[in-house]
Design a protein around this ligand. Structure first.
Ligand code: CFM
Length: 535
């Protein structure tokens, strides 16, 4: 294994001095004991070939995308919609065939040059009226794209006016692509607007005895279906999911849950915090990626409720699921043990998926997020020390007050009691404390850095997205997409772990990687003969 410090220096050497100085702060040779700092959530250096997305992507695609019964209307040129149309593999299952499901549609105002010059608000109003006339939805979200922000169309005023005219929920998102340094800003904007316009509207307490919100689970490749199956079996009711396989009615009701369980901390911690501040609903960090992690998270939820029947059910389900998991794991492990992985993805999976690789005896020698913040790397304890720069100040910070009538004093008391006995609330340790000493952590990795890592480490598998996939595979190294799952999945929960072991086994051990060199690369001299006849 190469020395990570050497690799880092080699990578930096090629950069101009100013760039090298900046990139050096985003590349850390990990020491889990040392409490190191990493630079994250800052602007990408122009020209560096980042894998990040835009603020609009984080808002419209990531957080609102998986909700089936809201019309997500994009105010902007058609390209923004075309790119976002079904490119994220979040699935949904409407309760009946008649139930609303707008997810397969693509709604856009299709702005033209004249709308940019003379303003697009009229066109937006027409589009809202048209969408309403055709679909009669109960809610419409309006998403701003870059040109809308540049010309100053007021999507909020238009939404308000249209809400009055049509009598349904209509609200806007100032999620212009350039608004933040990455899609992360879009998560925050989406969280704010959902919280402002939907959460807390429906006070009816529904479901069974153990009622939770699952936050930061987006049903990629059917992950939510597997988790719903497990929760069903153990007898936990999902009041809401933000936002895999969700409906907006769930959001309006989320404040009635007894606990929020947070999967993807990066994209949804704002709602977790606001739910607690306004309504007293505590939150815990969970992870359902990996069979062991799933068992651990289920036990943590059961411990919160402290009910012997629930605990027994959780244990029974774990005992029922694990033999099959272990059987497949043992077979795969024989072929995967000791191999090395790298993962550069998003804002939570580069951490969570290390669990799954550990389970089959593989280790992650280098990893990083595209757009996470320091707390996702170093743990939430660094939050008070994070400098708020101009780019972050650009995003509204909602002022949330305690709502006395709906505030759950019982849950607050429960939290205090459990905390005293060592139960951890409102916390996330981040990726770095869980990675090995000497591993290389890189934020917002560039193309050049990716190629260098491959050259030095020659990993057995590289995990990233479609933008990297074929470049990496041309090096003869399999790439597993952790955004779309390469059209496989689910990978969450117990059944998901089995799917993942099998898919990784197939990729690692495919013979195709040995055939990647063309014959003339092995034997550069071509020998042939020519027949020649003279007439
Ligand atoms: Fe959270 Fe996500 Fe992710 Fe994310 Fe994403 Fe995604 Fe992701 Mo792609 S919300 S941070 S913005 S877990 S779309 S479902 S896979 S980059 S690691």
């Amino acid at each position: 294994m190469p020395d990570a410090e050497d690799v880092k220096q080699e990578i930096l050497q090629k950069y101009p001095a100013k760039v090298a100085k900046k990139r050096a702060k985003s590349m850390v040779v990990n020491d889990p004991e040392a409490g190191q700092e990493i630079q994250a959530n800052v602007r990408t250096i122009p020209g560096i070939i980042t894998q990040r997305g835009c603020t609009y992507a984080g808002c419209k695609g990531v957080v609102l995308g998986p909700t089936r019964d809201i019309i997500n209307l994009v105010h902007g040129p058609i390209g923004c919609s075309f790119y976002a149309w079904l490119t994220r593999r979040n699935q949904t299952k409407p309760p009946t065939e008649q139930s609303e499901n707008f997810m397969t549609y693509c709604f856009s105002t299709d702005m033209q040059d004249s709308n940019i010059v003379f303003g697009g608000e009229l066109k937006l109003k027409e589009a809202i009226r048209e969408a309403y006339a055709i679909f009669k939805p109960k809610a419409i979200g309006v998403f701003s794209t870059c040109p809308v922000g540049l010309i100053g169309d007021d999507v909020h005023a238009v939404s308000k006016e249209m809400q009055e005219e049509l009598g349904i929920k209509i609200f806007g998102f100032s999620c212009e692509g350039y608004k933040g340094v990455s899609q992360s800003a879009g998560h925050h904007i989406a969280n704010n607007q959902i919280f402002k316009h939907l959460v807390g509207l429906d006070d009816e307490v529904k479901g069974g005895k153990f009622r939770i919100n699952l936050l930061g689970e987006y049903n990629i490749g059917g992950d939510a279906f597997e988790l719903e199956r497990i929760f069903d079996e153990v007898g936990i009711s999902l009041v809401s999911t933000f936002s895999g396989n969700s409906s907006i009615d769930q959001f309006t009701n989320a404040h009635t849950a007894d606990l929020s369980a947070v999967m993807c901390h990066r994209s949804i911690n704002y709602i977790a915090e606001m739910l607690e501040k306004k309504y007293g609903v505590p939150w815990i960090k969970v992870n359902f990626i990996g069979a062991e992690a799933t068992a651990k998270s289920l036990r943590k939820i059961a411990d919160y409720f402290g009910d012997t029947e629930l605990t027994a059910k959780v244990e029974a389900v774990i005992a029922k699921e694990m033999p099959e998991v272990n059987a497949i794991k043992d077979v795969v492990k024989k072929r995967s043990e000791g191999k090395i992985a790298m993962m550069f993805v998003g804002g939570s999976r580069a951490h969570h998926y290390q669990e799954l690789f550990n389970e089959i005896g593989m280790s992650t020698v280098s990893a990083g997020y595209e757009f996470a913040h320091r707390d996702d790397y170093e743990g939430r304890h660094v939050l008070p020390g994070i400098k708020v720069d101009a780019d972050s100040r650009n995003i509204e910070e909602l002022e949330v007050q305690k709502e006395d009538e709906k505030y759950r004093a019982d849950l607050v008391a429960k939290k205090t009691k459990l905390s005293e006995s060592g139960y951890r609330f409102s916390d996330y340790d981040g990726m770095m404390p869980e990675m090995k000493k000497g591993s290389l952590v890189i934020d917002d990795i560039s193309h050049w850095e990716t190629e260098k890592l491959i050259e030095y480490y020659k990993p057995d598998i590289f995990c990233a997205g479609i933008k990297e996939k074929y470049v990496v595979q041309k090096h003869g190294i399999p790439l597993k997409q952790l955004h779309s799952y390469d059209y496989g999945g689910p990978y969450a929960g117990f059944k998901g772990a089995i799917n993942f072991y099998k898919d990784i086994d197939m990729q690692l051990n495919s013979k195709v990687w040995k055939m990647i060199k063309a014959p003339w690369e092995n034997e550069p001299e071509l020998v042939g003969s020519v027949a020649y006849a003279e007439y």
